[in-house]
Design a protein around this ligand. Structure first.
Ligand code: ISL
Ligand code: CA
Length: 593
């Protein structure tokens, strides 16, 4: 392998070249950089088969550099069982030919490093695919020495006669139906918190844990800088696998298991990379309490560097994600603020509004009709000026919106397909099912990136595996590159602001309004410096609360008003402003507008 020492300069302060580095508190790169999430399948198709690939990602490294992000997180590109777009891994140490080759992966890593951009890869070790050789061996016989690498249980005795249908407990799968599948050959059930083709790994087994560690290290030895650990809060199952009664209870029960922290602590001490020392560990933690996230990411424990939390993306969730409740005004700000206070001071949050699992942020939290650009900018301002590591999901930087589904034939995601089948069988109207999928289905995030307004949107010359949103003609990255007032340029400005102003990375956080139905405002402080953000997160104008910002300089306003220091009387729909009190010696923020 060639030398992969990055030569990228500015974006790389904090990364040690060559020698192993202690995990020094406070100077980690991720405190002042932004992560960009790539879902390779939908990013760029380089070879005309309609599916995005690794060479496609490499062809757009200039986009990451132009935005100024410090790291790219790649969603899965491993061989898979084909049910969950790669989150069902059939070989942990290989590249799926659909996405390219291992050589192409190494070349991509090298190219990113030469641009000073770190590489974070997705690691999925709560479960594997049922096509993984580990599971094939485990299922082959109750006496196989890998039997115990997965979670097998006999039917529940005395319950429906102990026959198939008598699942060992009441746990429900994320993708609908029981979390257990009966294996007739051995007369036992195996556990799968997700699809039946995604059996859960048994972390109580020491050999399994060692195999996982080795596979992770295999990638770190290829100079990967960090790992995003899929549903890591669910790996430790409670002894006896007690009934859970509900989905939230199950998530809380799994997350609260102390064994989780011992597994993470052991991983932390055993993983390392020659180039950068300890890898950056990002834990995805759906349903974990702020206490658990705070504990895992606290500087003392340092099990994980940051946690991806979910409260703010579940505000419109009813009993299941498909039973939607009206989006409660004002709750977005309050929920983000809660995680800032409960986790952000002692631990560290990953900050996000969109991902490959969520509908598009501008459609869900903003207004993708009358105020599309303005609401996208205000949402980004609020998120990026929090304490934590912002994660931009591909296309978000150009205000990509939800897809206008008109037929179930357009649906690709297994979660939505399962929901549609169940709902239709239960008598739901097709229009209703389409409406719900259009609002919260994961495919909204997975339509191809809108690079330009051409027929294939700059994604592919072939028919894409999932339809491109027809609005790419007007809403695309090329158009916005040429417009200094665009959403895209605003993201670039926010990334630069975090790098240049230590207060954005290191300042404390305090909310300035609480439970206001429209307005969200907060202050960050670092020494004598002060940064105030005020935002109207609604479609209606509102009187502005008095925030005492007269003595501060307005450094950003959306929409643009003359930069002045006088107080604001009224906040227009989706208006936001950023104020700062400079102290002697401050650099001025880079003006990239
Ligand atoms: O997508 C969700 C709800 O619609 C989430 O609950 C999601 O299932 C959860 O965040 C876990 O996500 C991760 O693991 C899944 C995979 O399908 C997701 O894409 C991944 O991000 C199983 O590996
Ligand atoms: Ca391709």
């Amino acid at each position: 392998m060639s030398s992969r020492t990055p030569t990228g300069g500015a974006s790389n302060q904090g990364a040690a070249g060559g020698s192993q580095r202690d995990r020094t508190i406070g100077d980690e790169w991720w405190r002042r950089e932004v992560v960009y999430q790539v879902y390779p399948r939908s990013f760029v198709d380089s070879n005309g088969d309609g599916i995005g690939d690794l060479d496609g990602v490499r062809s757009r490294v200039d986009h990451f550099s132009w935005l100024g992000v410090g790291a790219v997180w790649l969603s899965p590109f491993y061989p898979s069982g084909g049910v969950d777009n790669g989150y069902d891994v059939a070989n942990y140490c290989a590249v799926d030919p659909v996405y390219g080759t291992l050589d192409q992966f190494d070349t991509l890593v090298d190219r990113l490093h030469r641009s000073g951009i770190r590489v974070i890869i997705d690691q999925i070790y709560n479960h594997s695919s049922d096509e993984h050789p580990w599971f094939t061996a485990s299922r082959s016989s109750v006496t196989d020495n890998q039997r115990d690498w997965y979670i097998w249980r006999p039917p529940r005795r005395g319950h429906r006669g102990g026959e198939p249908g008598a699942e060992p407990n009441d746990w429900q799968s994320f993708f609908g139906g029981p979390a257990w599948t009966f294996d007739a050959a051995s007369g036992e059930y195996y556990l799968h918190l997700f699809h039946r083709k995604q059996p859960d790994l048994n972390w109580t087994n020491r050999d399994l844990r060692e195999a996982v560690r080795r596979a992770m290290q295999w990638w770190l030895d290829r100079d990967v800088d960090g790992l995003r650990l899929d549903v890591i809060n669910l790996i430790a199952k409670p002894a006896g696998l007690p009934d859970a009664a509900s989905h939230p209870d199950l998530l809380a029960m799994l997350s609260a298991n102390p064994a989780l922290h011992s597994y993470l602590a052991a991983l932390r001490t055993s993983l390392g990379s020659r180039r950068t020392g300890p890898p950056t560990l990002i834990g995805e933690m759906p349903g974990a309490s702020a206490d658990v996230a705070s504990l895992a990411t606290s500087t003392e424990r340092g099990e994980l560097d940051m946690a991806i939390s979910f409260d703010h993306v579940e505000l419109d969730r009813g009993e299941t994600k498909w039973d939607r409740v009206p989006f409660p005004g004002g709750r977005l700000g309050t929920t983000l603020a809660k995680w800032q206070l409960d986790v952000g001071q002692t631990g560290w949050n990953a900050l996000y509004l969109s991902s490959h699992d969520q509908p598009r942020a501008v459609s869900r939290f903003g207004d993708d009709e009358a105020h599309r650009a303005r609401s996208a900018k205000t949402l980004a301002t609020v998120l990026h000026l929090h304490r934590g590591t912002p994660v931009v999901y591909q296309g978000e930087e150009a205000a990509m919106a939800n897809y206008p589904f008109s037929s179930l034939d357009e649906v690709r995601d297994v979660e939505s397909m399962n929901y549609a089948a169940d709902a239709l069988a239960g008598g739901a109207r097709r229009e209703h099912v389409l409406d719900v999928i259009g609002a919260v289905g994961r495919d909204n995030a997975r339509t191809p990136v809108q690079w330009d307004g051409s027929h294939g949107g700059g994604f592919s010359h072939a028919d894409p595996w999932i339809s491109m949103n027809p609005d790419h003609v007007d809403w695309n990255i090329a158009v916005q590159r040429g417009d200094g007032e665009s959403v895209l340029h605003h993201y670039r400005w926010l990334v630069a602001l975090r790098r240049r102003w230590p207060i954005v990375a290191d300042g404390t956080f305090e909310p300035l309004v609480w439970n206001h139905p429209q307005v969200y405002a907060f202050v960050r402080e670092l020494g004598a410096q002060r940064l105030v953000v005020v935002a109207n997160l609604s479609d209606a104008g509102t009187p502005a609360p008095d925030l005492g910002v007269e003595t501060l300089d307005l450094i950003h306003s959306n929409p643009d008003v003359e930069l002045r220091t006088s107080p604001i009387d009224v906040l227009e729909p989706w208006e936001s402003r950023v104020w700062i009190r400079r102290v002697d010696g401050d650099a001025r923020p880079v003006d990239v507008h």
